[in-house]
Design a protein around this ligand. Structure first.
Ligand SMILES: [Zn+2]
Length: 217
């Protein structure tokens, strides 16, 4: 986003150009929000854009800078920035704030090859309610490494139930919980993967390889 077309973080007094709409940007480097670039005199050209959290910034930092905030033009000329897009075309959307069902589906349709990383620490009770009794759900299916659980009975998976992509829940721990889009009524399927193995798998465009194979519904 700098003037010479390379990707740089916002710095005090900095100026740049938006790689999506080519309008000029000014650096916002205050004390309250994460330092970021802002469009001059008008709103962000991507209406899905939202202010970043440190959690969001940390996730993007797991990947090369050129893969971050990648402008993606849809068939109808609509512009959105993928949080991370690998050279193989895999989009990783890192989601802190709430998304409604229609927004989840719209992004999945727009990007196609997409996986979600969801901030499981945004709401106070999500983690405990997700993990409660989960140990008993391990190995109930055909694969001993897959947790089979009532996804409708857990708020965080119920909120993401409409998704048709892999959803990685990040509760701020070393492991992520990878919830499969394959479901059978109330039965949801999940595996635990380390963050490192997830990042490595994304770099070769196969987040499934970080997880055990899920049963096909
Ligand atoms: Zn722009």
């Amino acid at each position: 986003m700098s003037e010479d077309n390379s990707r740089i973080e916002a710095y005090p007094g900095g100026a740049g150009v938006c790689p999506g709409c080519m309008s000029s940007l000014i650096a916002k480097c205050g004390t309250r929000k994460v330092w970021h670039w802002a469009h001059q005199g008008h709103d962000h050209c991507d209406h899905w854009w939202e202010p970043e959290t440190l959690w969001h910034r940390a996730w993007k930092g797991c990947f090369p800078r050129d893969w971050q905030e990648y402008p993606h033009h849809g068939d109808q000329g609509e512009l959105h920035f993928a949080d991370i897009r690998t050279p193989n075309g895999l989009v990783i959307e890192v989601q802190h704030s709430h998304l409604g069902d229609r927004e989840i589906r719209a992004r999945e349709q727009f990007y196609g090859n997409l996986v979600w990383v969801v901030d499981g620490t945004r709401l106070k009770h999500d983690r405990n309610r997700f993990l409660k009794g989960m140990d008993r759900n391990l190995g109930l299916g055909t694969d001993p490494n897959v947790y089979v659980f009532n996804g409708n009975g857990r708020q965080i998976t119920r909120r993401w139930a409409v998704s048709q992509r892999l959803v990685y829940l990040d509760f701020g721990e070393d492991d992520l919980w990878c919830v499969s889009p394959d479901r059978h009524n109330w039965q949801f399927f999940a595996t635990r993967v380390t963050k490192a193995s997830f990042v490595d798998a994304c770099k070769i465009n196969d987040p499934n390889s970080a997880s055990k194979q899920f049963p096909v519904s």
